[in-house]
Design a protein around this ligand. Sequence first.
Ligand code: KIV
Length: 266
Amino acid sequence: MPKITINDFLKKKTEHKKITMLTAYDYPFARIVDEAGIDGILVGDSLGMVVQGLENTLPVTMDEMIYHTKMVARAVQNALIIGDMPFMSYQTGVDDAVRNAGRFLKEAGAAAVKLEGGAEVAEQIKAMSKSDIPVMAHIGLTPQSIHRMGGYKVQGKTEKAAKKLIEEAHIVEDAGAFSLLLEAIPMDLAGKITKELSIPTIGIGAGPYCDGQVLVLHDVIGLFERFVPKFVKQYANLKEEAFKAIKQYREDVENKKFPSKEQSFK
Ligand code: KIV
């Protein structure tokens, strides 16, 4: 199967086929996600929370994102790899944005980047797109704005807030974004935005009317238990499976059941 490109994302929208995305942050899981036929892998700055154990995503650095994206890129044969721009890697200006976004493509093997924000980052999206760096925009709940938003809350619930999000969606499309991630907004609003835009929308907590869906891998497979948002569906409980296996190993060693002759050399 050939590598999935941003054109395939667009094609899926026009053909009314759903786009599938998940996050991944390392080689073994990126391999599984890719082999399962997922269209796009986001190396999300959510790794700060689900891999590094941080309180939020703000401390994640560019070098850490490059490190994780490299691991993912080594594993992936087909999926479109999207590197997530961490806090303060693009908010500080257009030059920083282009330079840091370029690192994802040049050093890490990503084929696109994602950044959070609407009108306030339109110039960055324009400059990155002009430099041939495909950009996924991200509006609604933007976790890097946690201190302004006062927590991880559903956005766009009032008429005024919904109108603003629709405007922002058009602004990022006009700036050159190849797709738009919608996080934690009412499903009808996401449906309206999806209908109005010609670029594909990818939802997380934005209901069924988006062109595609993304979730954080560790939520899907039961490896992150600090909090589980309402929009998550957990498809497996790997924490429980890993716990059982590790406990069994400890007991086998303590009870002299492991290693047996089978695992030993003559
Ligand atoms: O960092 C992340 O994982 C995200 C989610 C919205 C998927 O941005």
